[in-house]
Design a protein around this ligand. Sequence first.
Ligand code: AGP
Length: 606
Amino acid sequence: MCGIFGYIGKKNNAPEIVLNGLKSLEYRGYDSWGVALKSLSNNNKIIVRKKTGMIGETNLSSFTDSNIALGHTRWATHGGVTDANAHPHLDCTGQFAIIHNGIIENYYELKQQLLAKHHKLISETDTEVAIHLVEENYINLLSKYTEVSEDKLTKLFIEAVRKSFIQFTGLNAIIVMDLKSHSFVAAKNGSPLVIGKGNGENFLASDAHALSPYTNNVFFMGDDQLVLVTDEQIETFSLLDGHKLTPKFERISWGSSFSSSKGNFAYFMLKEIYDQPKILQTISENHKELINDFVHQIKHSRGTYLVGCGTAAYACLAGTYIFSKIAKRHVNFTVGSEFGYLVDFLSNRSLVIALSQSGETIDVIEALKKAKEKGAQIGALTNVIGSTLYRMADLKIPLSAGVEKAVVSTKAFTAKMAYLYLLAYHLAGKSKLGQQMLMKAVSASEEILSENYQILIKKLIQKIYKKEHLYVIGRGLSYPIALETALKIKESSYMHAEGFAAGELKHGVIALIEKGTPCIAFLPNDDSYGANLAGAMEMKARGGYIIGISYKNHEEFDYYLPINDCGITSAIPSVIIGQLIGYYLAISRKTDPDKPRNLAKSVTVK
Ligand code: AGP
């Protein structure tokens, strides 16, 4: 969840380099931020600057004599959102600073042991417990020596971090900065950490993309690894017994040509909505090589399971309809957080395909680890090359949608849908038709992104933005679209919105409909139209304000949003309307769709 960035090297503006790195990662967590630095003019203690809220216009350019710094943007998991709880945290002596991603489940027992040894802790966090444990282990190790060389001090630092980290339970990643040895030691067994190798300088980050302005020579730390980083060294060790390992560096090509700046758009979410037609067209033109392995594996597996969370889960659910309708194939779907309880039936003939924009969603990663233990083949559709999911998968498709910075996912969703359509058409032996159908969805989407259409949506928003509840119905392939639309509305605008299978209305949901309740009905031109319209009429009969999203108008609609009929790929322009409704509701309700409260871009803690 958190953003992590560290620098060590020859440049003397390390704090500013780190702060800029954090700004590029702020979408990962933005409750608070902090930077720890060693200033040559203040060599005896680490200086810390940290604060709740976003980084905004803050700068650390006044520090021009610091060549090592460590920063963190926080999504609070342990302890409230306060300046004191922001990372980095220091030990009693001020020699060590730590940043952390994850949850130390046994922090309380460790804290009691430290308090009994008179450590002074000032925050509510498990992270601060960790750095005092490092201090305690370091002092114990040092006490065995009367004289120690610099090299020995570094070795003791490494061992102190290792001994501390293996005492934690839970999934964590930490980076500790040491004033004396002028170095970092990082350790992880869950959340992602990547090391970037420069020329006489080295970097650490939670996301490879943050390194792109400086290097493409990166090493993705594996679980149960420990890394020493100085300006000239990157040495890897086993957490379990400390023996030396060889770090596997790789050159990353940063892929997509889609810029990660928001340009003239007010928010990344709107910019990323507008990116979609070009991304979908690019996928339609360049997918052939990418999907071959999947087509083969799906054909030869006994059971294909789609797994994802949140928006990715709704793409998986849509996949079950797409594969059935187009390829006449049954694929299963389960949300990532539940799949781990269902893996018992998997075998070495099973194929589990995970959909994940970030490739770091812990609920998916943990489920896939269990599936791997069963011998299942793992496939991944993810937008982040080098992510944990990307690296653990046997077969992989990079979505190449460009960095998605808004917490509210949009272009990654339709990119997943595009690949699911193309896979299904390929399996049906109709890959040319698949491209044509996708391009029909692209042109229908371009219509929806026209200026006039925005006026149509904004007029609707003025009618509903003050409402407390909103319901969305769909059937068949528009059912997951209804769920995804409701999620966009919830996440972006905090309006309570629920998506339902239209057929479920009379089984309880319709009790919620009152006079004026806004009800969005997706009515594509398919075999669900009649029954779906009946659902809209049931809500209308109880006073619902019916917003019809369809290829034709109907007298039952109180508000009509037209969609060009593009057959089974109508789900794509439909969801783009849902995204725009979510976005414009956020603007009218004055919320931030890029960084909604309580959310983070990748959920790397359970
Ligand atoms: C999407 O709008 C949400 N922010 C969230 O549901 C997200 O889809 C979910 O956390 C899964 O993320 P992933 O695609 O990176 O795995």
